[in-house]
Design a protein around this ligand. Structure first.
Ligand code: ARG
Ligand code: ZN
Length: 863
């Protein structure tokens, strides 16, 4: 059967049919062992697979092996036939050895799933269902196998051959080839399989585990990138030590390798012993990466490393359980980053991201529970809900249990389920069993989509010296979930004396688990201020009734850094939303709070840097009845200008302070953040006068944080310095792909009339390509996130995005599908815009040959 790619003539597989969580059935056949023999060739790689299979349970069903885009060459081991793209093998006994031989074409693989080429390197991506693009296999996470992999190929082209586990033997072959065999002693699901071949150089180091085992570490990159791997290596060692200390988790193999590639669909992948990364999360130095980039490298390196336990040793039974590993691992990486730097600032950043990405998802057409009930294409469910809201669920359980019982829960979870493929339910049960705390009601957090909303009203009875907090909660309807039950919401709460500014009594953990409740506080002598949901203890929206002056006072005196930040943000939002709604609003309280913050001796620069960033235009829109992008833009620019003018002196001082780029302490990072935030406000107050200052910051910068910060401000200014700086930036960094991505993105986020025209022109730039996910996102994704620019020009932005989605879909459906949500938000806009947005979604749906990925997102967005 060497003649045909399986597929073209086959009837369409049930592409648009949803997979349901309730339909889960254990696998009919297990595959305890897999041996692969891979003859590497970029045009045509041949994969011979030997699967030891065992019947699982009492049934007479055949073995079904998934395949996708495989050229089948040979099968042995039983009578077989194809059912669509599935290879069906009839097996008589209870076990058998099945052999297949297929050919695949890495160079033609533009989806970047399975085995593909990135700049001459061959690498793999298998999660979720990419292994079936390498060989026939059940390819589901509850089938765990021991792998032995033989790779062979041209020694000149592929001097380095890597796979999971340990290298066991290697040798030279004929005609300038060589080969290597790798063996992974840990049974693993196919989505954790990896292999890499290429001309790579290692940054080598080692780590000695708590029990004294030496682990060889390698970060493999192209030779020229070696100097940019030091930070990732330090982060890796820090993560290994942290996981031992905080979770009692030791690394379990003798080797841990990381490979960086430039073409990658998302951030990185936790393949057992062989993590493969998007190069933007490995390569960083202060000259070419901002402080935020550098922190992201540490966070992602840690995230993938932590997966070795939360994901690999204990994996997911099925893909509906994705948050089992992702929510938990995000929580772990967030905690790690908080411990490595400023915990308060990390929390503020995480909440900002949750509100920017997850809240809109949870209130829109693609809303789904943390544990979804159905999907068409699982790749569409690697979402902010599964990852970031999932992390909030773990965080809430830790808050409810307390740190010791939480740790007992994770210990029990790892011990009980080591080597298994389990469910979110298993995680919660381990927490309950270890703590003795009933989490029955808490399970609703996994089931119900939508962001709960709480109203809070505090009343003081001076005579009785009590205060009563009246709380209500509602959970909004979401697709397929019209009505909801009240959820348990852990609310860290304190009362603060309006006169003294001191906390009254101690902080309390209120668990609001009903639609309405009243909580009484005793010993309240002075009028109290309400500090609620401190640390953002529950991922919800709180609407507290505030007395005049209350937020101003909290902004000055709340001892919880997050709550203090929140009070300042709320003050800003009142003015911004009011302004956008055409009300006359007084900016003075905001200006006063910002001045206090800026000049406070008690606050560190990192906190100030965060607190002074105004809520984004998108966030303001989320708080309005309907989003009015022009009015929002005008209100926000107006307030920024007023602040810039009123605080010019204080901002000027903060802008001049700064810190050398080589200093990566939290304070130094904070000073740099504050420097650029201040410059941005100065520019809003006096654009023409600030352009030279921005250019001066750009020119004098000894680090990317200052340089990119200045360029980001210049990008929205109509000044000669703008083009000069962009030209300089390109010439300086044109050979550094990751920095060229910034050059594209900074032009796409510009707040200017010409932005769409500029972006359109940039699609013709010699360095632009839709085939590289980072590059496509840097321009198209950044533009779609630029609310004001995207929503102007009578729908031209929508049409442009739809064109790009269709063009990308033909290359890489995963990347294309991720660009749908900006159009899917049409319900949030007035009908003039909404109908144009819908029109583009309809046009997308009519396009011939649309991928399942884009079909699912676009059709759900219209429903
Ligand atoms: N597991 C990877 C992580 O660490 C991400 C894999 C994403 N896969 C996908 N098909 N979108 O988060
Ligand atoms: Zn992950």
């Amino acid at each position: 059967m060497s003649d045909a790619r399986l597929n073209p003539e086959a009837p369409p597989t049930p592409e648009h049919v949803a997979v349901l969580r309730k339909d889960y059935r254990p696998p009919d056949w297990l595959v305890p062992e897999v041996a692969l023999d891979v003859v590497l060739d970029p045009e045509r790689t041949v994969v011979r697979a030997t699967l030891k299979v065992e019947r699982n349970g009492d049934h007479d069903r055949p073995l079904r092996l998934a395949g996708d885009d495989l050229e089948l060459l040979k099968v042995s081991g039983g009578e077989w036939h194809m059912d669509g793209t599935t290879l069906v093998v009839a097996i008589g006994g209870d076990s058998a050895t099945v052999e297949t031989e297929v050919a695949i074409a890495p160079n033609a693989n533009s989806k970047l799933m399975g085995l593909y080429a990135s700049g001459g390197i061959l690498c793999t991506q298998c999660e979720s269902e990419g292994f079936r693009r390498i060989t026939f296999h059940p390819d589901r996470p509850d089938v765990l196998s021991r792998y032995r992999v033989r790779m062979s190929g041209d020694k000149g082209r592929y001097p380095v051959l890597l796979a999971n586990g340990n290298e066991v033997t290697k040798g030279e072959g004929e005609g300038g080839t060589h080969w290597a065999e790798w063996e992974d002693p840990f049974p693993k699901p196919s989505y954790l399989f990896a292999m890499v071949a290429g001309d790579l150089q290692p940054n080598r180091d080692h780590f000695t585990t708590a029990s004294g085992r030496k682990v060889d570490l390698g970060i493999w990159v192209r030779e020229k990138d070696l100097p940019k791997t030091a930070h990732a290596m330090e982060s890796l060692k820090a993560a290994m030590a942290w996981d031992e200390k905080q979770y009692g988790r030791e690394y379990d193999l003798d080797v841990f390798n990381i490979v960086a590639v430039d073409d990658f669909n998302f951030g990185a992948m936790e393949n057992k012993g062989l993590n493969i990364f998007n190069s933007r999360y490995v390569l960083a130095d202060t000259e070419t990466a901002t402080d935020a980039d550098i922190d992201a490298v540490a966070g992602v390196v840690a995230h993938e490393y932590f997966h070795n336990w939360s994901g690999n040793r204990v994996t997911c039974r099925d893909w509906f359980q994705l948050s089992l590993k992702e929510g938990f691992t995000v929580f772990r990486d967030q905690s790690f980053s908080g411990d490595m730097g400023s915990e308060a600032v990390k929390r503020i950043d995480d909440v900002r991201l949750l509100r920017a990405a997850q809240f809109p998802e949870d209130s829109g057409p693609l809303a789904h529970p943390v544990r979804p009930d159905s999907y068409m294409e699982i790749t569409n469910f690697y979402t902010a809900t599964v990852y970031n809201k999932g992390a909030e669920l773990i965080r809430m359980m830790k808050t409810i249990l307390g740190p010791e019982k939480f740790r007992a829960g994770t210990d029990l979870y790892f011990q009980r389920h080591d080597g298994q493929a389990v469910t979110c339910e298993d995680f919660v049960r381990a927490m309950e069993d270890a703590s003795g705390i009933d989490l029955k009601h808490f399970r609703l957090w996994y089931e119900q989509a939508g962001t709960p909303k709480v109203t809070a009203k505090l009343e003081h009875d001076a005579e009785a010296r009590t205060a009563t907090l009246a709380l209500t909660q509602t959970v909004p309807p979401t697709p397929e979930q019209p009505t909801k039950m009240p959820m348990p919401l852990p609310l860290q709460t304190a009362l603060i004396g309006a006169n003294s500014g001191a906390e009254i009594g101690t902080e309390r953990l209120i668990i609001l688990d009903k639609s309405e409740d009243r909580i009484t506080f005793d010993g309240v002598d002075e009028p109290p201020l309400l500090s609620i949901n401190r640390g953002f203890s529950a991922p919800i929206i709180v609407e507290a009734e505030r007395r005049p002056g209350e937020l101003e006072r909290l902004a000055q005196s709340d001892g919880d850094p997050f709550a203090r930040y929140e009070a300042i943000q709320e003050l800003m939002l009142r003015v911004l939303i009011g302004g956008a709604n055409g009300e006359a609003v007084d900016p003075d309280p905001v200006i006063a709070a910002m001045r206090d913050t800026l000049t406070s001796n008690a606050l560190d620069p990192a906190f100030k840097g965060e607190a002074l960033v105004m809520p984004s235009e998108a966030l303001i829109g989320d708080r309005m009845e309907k989003v009015d992008p022009d009015a929002i833009h005008a209100a926000r620019e107006g307030l920024r200008a007023a602040v810039g003018r009123s605080l010019a002196r204080e901002l000027g001082e903060a802008q001049r302070a700064g810190a050398p780029g080589s200093d990566l302490s939290p304070d130094a990072k904070g000073m740099r953040r504050l420097k650029t935030v201040s410059l941005a406000l100065l520019a809003a107050g006096d654009p023409a006068g600030t352009a030279p200052l921005a250019k001066a910051q750009y020119d004098a910068a000894d680090n990317m944080t200052d340089r990119q910060g200045a360029l980001g401000i210049l990008s929205s200014l109509d000044a000669a310095e703008r083009q000069q700086a962009f030209d300089d930036f390109y010439l300086r960094y044109r050979d550094d792909t990751l920095v060229v991505d910034k050059w594209f993105a900074l032009q796409a986020v510009a707040q200017r009339d010409e932005t769409l025209a500029t972006v359109r022109a940039l699609t013709e730039h010699a360095d632009f390509t839709l085939a590289n996910p980072n590059r496509a996102r840097s321009l198209i994704g950044a533009f779609a996130g630029n609310q004001w620019a995207f929503h102007r020009s009578g729908g031209e932005g929508y049409a442009f995005l739809a064109d790009m989605i269709l063009a990308i879909d033909a290359i890489n459906p995963q990347v294309a599908a991720r660009l749908i949500p900006p159009l899917g938000r049409w319900r949030r806009f007035h009908e003039d815009r909404a109908s144009l947005m819908r029109g583009e979604l309809e046009r997308i749906l009519k396009a011939p040959g649309l991928s399942k990925d884009v079909y699912e997102q676009a059709s759900k967005s219209l429903a």
